[in-house]
Design a protein around this ligand. Structure first.
Ligand SMILES: Nc1ncnc2c1ncn2[C@@H]1O[C@H](COP(=O)(O)OP(=O)(O)OP(=O)(O)O)[C@@H](O)[C@H]1O
Length: 236
């Protein structure tokens, strides 16, 4: 059964629909990727799921529960964790306090200590730097704090918006090693990524968003072996 199910979702800004009736599903424990060129609506899909943008039509279900009319904090409480594009950390706060912000809702607060230990075990560098101000971290470290803060929230699905954005190739590899480790431990993940080839080896399922519509869906391996996809969307 799908954990997250979108059907006929429409969303946009002003008079314009950016997302024009998309359907996709992410099964429990699956690593799904939403790929596509910049500006075609990937971030908008995540914002609609997490309630930061109200859906204009269609349905969003999490384990069968409709999310479309819930407030963003209720959507978090229902189990949706959204790690936004860019870092959006609190620059004047320490690594530790940034991580703790992920556990500020009541349900997560009770789990704060245990989850913090989990995050530090997964990302030992953050344990060493817990007292350091977020503004003094490198780009890769900031990205790790952003993901760590998402893990502090718990939830049932972790949505990551372009975790590779603006990072050097070697740091991108580290970030995706972490994402793969999370996927292998059984977490349900929906990642937005512009570079489809980068993610195709890792993802169980891929959706290609083109101009607000799903142009292709299938496995990562299927994506890599589809010459027409490369010719049409990736320029050969
Ligand atoms: N707050 C906003 N107000 C008006 N238009 C917006 C707003 N946010 C995004 N858009 C427009 O919606 C379209 C889709 O943007 P979106 O950020 O979802 O794309 P994307 O595929 O995630 O690309 P990127 O990776 O560059 O963010 C773009 O044309 C963008 O200009």
């Amino acid at each position: 059964m799908s954990l997250l199910e979108l059907s006929g979702l429409r969303a946009g800004y002003g008079a314009q629909d950016v997302i024009r009736g998309i359907s996709l599903s992410v099964a429990e424990g699956e690593f799904a990727a939403l790929v596509g060129p910049n500006g075609h609506g990937k971030t908008t899909v995540l914002r609609a799921i997490s309630g930061l943008l109200r859906a204009r039509g269609g349905q969003i279900l999490l384990a069968g529960q409709p999310l479309t009319r819930l407030r963003p904090d209720r959507i978090v409480a229902a189990g949706v964790v959204h790690v936004p594009q860019g870092d959006l950390l609190f620059p004047g706060m320490s690594v530790l306090d940034n991580l703790r912000m992920g556990a500020c809702l009541p349900a997560a607060a009770a789990e704060e200590k245990r989850r913090l230990e989990e995050v530090f075990t997964l990302l030992p560098k953050l344990r060493d730097r817990q007292g350091q101000l977020a503004s003094t971290l490198s780009g890769g470290e900031r990205r790790m704090v952003g993901i760590g803060r998402g893990l502090m929230t718990g939830g049932r699905i972790l949505m990551l918006d372009e975790p590779s954005l603006g990072l050097a190739p070697i740091v991108i590899d580290q970030i995706y090693d972490l994402v793969q480790q999370l996927a292998k431990s059984g977490r349900t993940i929906l990642v937005v990524e512009e570079n489809a080839v980068r993610i195709a080896d890792m993802a169980d399922r891929m959706y290609l968003l083109d101009n607000g519509e799903i142009a292709w869906a299938g496995t990562g391996a299927g994506f890599l072996s589809s010459p027409e996809i490369f010719a049409t969307y990736l320029g050969g």
